[in-house]
Design a protein around this ligand. Sequence first.
Ligand SMILES: [Zn+2]
Ligand SMILES: [Zn+2]
Length: 155
Amino acid sequence: MMLEEVGGCELLSDLEARARLEREGTRVTLAGELSAVVAASCRRCLKDLETNLDVDFRTTFLPLPELLPEEDEEELELTSEDVELSHYEGDELDLIPLIRETLLLEIDPSPLCNENCKGLCSKCGDDLNQRECGCDRASYDLRWSALQDLKKKPN
Ligand SMILES: [Zn+2]
Ligand SMILES: [Zn+2]
């Protein structure tokens, strides 16, 4: 399966998928588990991170609406609200968009290497997790709080 990146994040491992296909008339349900390792950077210190993703998914595929015989409509009503719906055409299921979406939902949009990551020094750019560089960052902090005060004031 060829998928090298998801939402701008590089995949570091092969994508593994274990899935079961269930067929019920024209309705096809795919349920299983996806796992992959994606690359990300800590939003504070920019360190490279590897994130393991393990996602359970369950999606029901229905034939495109125009292919649906009318008498089948009742039967095809969804039994569960949380089941995702996709459509298929002909005999093929296009799984790439499904996989992409499933992984995207799981990727942390603002990853941290560690909850207590101190980030980079706003002055010299040193990684504060490695060492305290000793810069005077107070002026930066002051400006920042002045900015926040401005935001609070009504115009
Ligand atoms: Zn970090
Ligand atoms: Zn510094």
